[in-house]
Design a protein around this ligand. Structure first.
Ligand code: HEM
Length: 161
């Protein structure tokens, strides 16, 4: 993909990318923002998934979704801008790295999985909101969510070496 690499090389030579790369503090600050965003997104998502898998059946799924998934979405406002800014500092290396594309694909799958949850199972939540077994489809989606986020985090860690 030479044209993509050319575009990526241009990106990492922009003033912004050079500034972030050369400044002593900017890069580590962006990494911290990225990680705080990950905590906000993945932490509540995991707790919600565990509830769907059958833990703490006394807690209402609707109330948990309202509180936890709201914070998960807010996490994206930290993860996406910081991720993009980290990306531009080493764009050419990253676009040539299959782990980077795997990570983005897994993020896409995790998003699709969350959409499926809302589309397929959350619509009937009133019949299994609390003190009831969650549908098998919901459990499968929750398990997929747990695994997808572990894989996204693993890819992120591999990129940071
Ligand atoms: C949405 C969920 C995401 C998760 C869970 C995630 C997770 C991670 C993790 C765990 C790290 C390692 C941090 C470290 O050890 O210092 C990382 C690094 C990184 N992430 Fe993400 N990330 C996400 C989204 C993105 C996006 C959308 C981009 C950009 C397109 C991105 C770009 C990067 C880059 C470039 C690094 C490497 C930083 C370095 O080399 O120090 N991330 N990510």
């Amino acid at each position: 993909m030479p044209e993509v690499h050319g575009w990526a090389a241009w990106l990492e030579h922009t003033e912004l990318a050079v500034w972030i790369r050369q400044d002593l503090w900017l890069y580590p600050i962006l990494e911290i923002v990225h990680i705080v965003g990950i905590v906000l997104l993945v932490g509540p998502a995991w707790m919600f998934d565990l509830r769907i898998l059958g833990f703490a059946e006394n807690i209402s799924v609707v109330k948990l979704a309202d509180h936890f998934l709201r914070w998960s979405r807010r996490g994206l406002f930290l993860i996406l801008p910081s991720g993009l800014l980290l990306f531009i500092t080493q764009a050419a290396t990253l676009v040539a790295n299959p782990v980077f594309w795997l990570k983005l694909s897994l993020i896409g799958l995790a998003g699709l999985n969350a959409w499926l949850f809302h589309r397929l199972v959350f619509t009937s939540v009133s019949s299994w909101d609390s003190h009831k077994a969650t549908p098998v489809a919901a459990k499968m989606i929750a398990l997929a969510s747990l695994m997808l986020w572990v894989m996204v985090i693993s890819c992120g860690r591999l990129l940071a070496y």
